[in-house]
Design a protein around this ligand. Structure first.
Ligand SMILES: *Cc1c(COP(=O)(O)O)cnc(C)c1O
Length: 235
């Protein structure tokens, strides 16, 4: 695995997908999904031009942060965040992409106010309607967005989704298109304290399709770092 070559190749694919969709390559943010990759690999990716890293676990974030792994790049949180771990993430990550419940949102709001900051977040949408997946259903979003106007410690900057694992190429386009429509509908409604700046969707296997359907933020892991080797107990 040559991380530098991989990053350059992903960046050129992103640029091409953007141009094909009639958009500018600079409009699309590449987030390197760094879970299970050590500080050295993360540094290589940043040196190769990755502007933002995305971590899934608070503990990994804390460890790599202490090692200076993210220097020269931004860091987002993209995994399921337990409330009791939120303190390790709020104010450290410039964007928490994976807010998946009102309870978590309210907790982040409280922690951010204690710190005297405003935490930018995305709301995670379970657009595929999978029971096993975290996130709000599209129907749950309007009442949640109403509540955000009363939360001075958070600012909603967009939406994120992880579509169902697909068995053939192109299958997720329907989910991506539905997300884009939600993104547009919410923008038009003009909720207080809600800005639809980022639509985070697309991973190693489908980021080009996601861009074609309107994504402006892709989270790419294995196509940069190679396949992740999970410990047997985690399977
Ligand atoms: C791991 C992960 C990714 C990247 O997945 P790849 O298929 O390796 O590109 C993207 N988003 C989230 C939330 C992830 O956990």
């Amino acid at each position: 695995m040559n991380i530098t070559e991989n990053v350059l190749s992903i960046k050129s694919k992103i640029a091409e997908a953007a141009r094909t969709a009639g958009r500018s390559p600079e409009d699309i943010t590449l987030v390197a999904a760094t879970k299970m990759n050590g500080a050295e690999a993360v540094r290589q990716a940043i040196l190769a031009g990755v502007p933002v890293c995305g971590e899934n676990r608070a503990q990994e974030l804390t460890e790599k942060y202490a090692q200076g792994a993210y220097e020269g790049a931004g860091v987002h949180f993209i995994g399921h965040l337990q409330k009791n771990k939120a303190r390790q993430v709020v104010g450290v990550c410039s964007l928490i992409q994976s807010v998946d419940s009102v309870g978590l949102l309210a907790h982040i709001d409280k922690l951010a106010r204690e710190l005297g900051i405003i935490q930018d977040v995305l709301l995670e949408v379970n657009v595929g309607g999978e029971e096993t997946k975290y996130g709000f259903s599209p129907e749950q979003l309007p009442p949640v967005l109403e509540q955000v106007s009363n939360m001075s410690g958070v600012r909603v900057r967009g939406l994120m989704t992880i579509p169902p694992i697909s068995d053939y190429k192109g299958r997720n386009r329907v989910c991506f298109a539905r997300m884009y429509q939600l993104f547009i509908d919410i923008s038009a409604k003009k909720y207080d304290n809600v800005y639809m700046n980022f639509l985070s969707m697309g991973m190693s296997g489908d980021f080009e399709d996601a861009i074609a359907e309107g994504s402006n933020m892709v989270r790419v892991g294995s196509a940069i770092f190679g396949p992740r080797i999970y410990p047997a107990a985690d399977k």
